[in-house]
Ligand binder design. Structure first.
Ligand SMILES: O=C(O)CCC(=O)C(=O)O
Ligand SMILES: [Fe+2]
Length: 227
């Protein structure tokens, strides 16, 4: 695994400000990716399973991790946190505590106790409709998704897609190509844009285009908990 602190943070931060999303470069090793994928078939790690077609969310399924989170998953939350709080503060004007553990206390006070990190599994024909991962009033504005499968070797299609809705304008789409073990950091729901007459906010949604063959797995890391 690459140390989160050694990722190219000036470039990631610049991409986040410009596009609302940034690929990190290599993060997890193929062995770590395989170990996370293997967890999917061990139900004791999870608090709930969602079959996307049943809710109109798309096609495919995912499971939310239960407490205690596997160390690698917990490490993604605590490791990314100090690198994201400055950006989140600039975007929202809110102050965030130095550690993710302290932020969880804020989530708990807001009635959001359930862990939100999740493992997603897509097969041929599956896709994830454009959405925002909001689970209550407490929202941390950035999240991370890590591709665990090898594109073009284990699956085809299945692009990570973001759309951005500017006020009174048509939507813009952004595709973030990822390698196995690479993460994308992206805006949960909105981001500020510097306009000529001050700052305005654009709405973002993310999803995954249709997987044309094979199996695609991702680890989703959301920093706020769920009600
Ligand atoms: O599978 C993906 O790439 C995206 C999953 C997702 O929606 C998320 O992590 O919030
Ligand atoms: Fe999502």
């Amino acid at each position: 695994m690459t140390d989160i602190d050694t990722l190219d943070w000036p470039r990631i931060e610049a991409d986040l400000d410009a596009y609302g999303a940034a690929a990190t470069g290599p993060l997890l090793s193929p062995e770590q990716c395989a170990a996370l994928v293997a967890l999917y078939d061990e139900p004791e790690h999870f608090r709930s399973r969602v079959v996307m077609a049943r809710h109109g969310f798309g096609r495919g399924e995912y499971q939310y991790f239960a407490h205690p989170l596997p160390p690698l998953v917990a490490g993604m939350r605590t490791g990314f946190w100090p690198r994201l709080v400055g950006i989140a503060h600039r975007w929202t004007g809110r102050d965030y505590p130095a550690t993710h553990a302290e932020y969880l206390e804020r989530c708990h006070a807001a009635g959001q106790q359930k862990p939100t990190p999740l493992l997603l599994r897509y097969g041929a024909g599956d896709y994830n409709c454009l959405h925002q991962d909001l689970y209550g009033a407490e929202v941390f504005p950035l999240q991370v998704a890590i591709l665990l499968s090898r594109p073009d070797a284990e699956f085809g299609g299945g692009a990570f897609v973001l759309t951005e809705q500017r006020p009174r304008m048509q939507s813009r789409a952004e595709v973030v190509p990822l390698r196995q073990g690479e993460a994308v950091v992206f805006a949960v729901a909105e981001r500020p844009v510097q306009g000529t007459r001050g700052t305005y906010r654009v709405k973002l949604r993310h999803g995954v285009s249709r997987v044309t063959w094979g199996a695609r797995h991702t680890l989703g890391v959301i920093f706020h908990n769920a009600a």
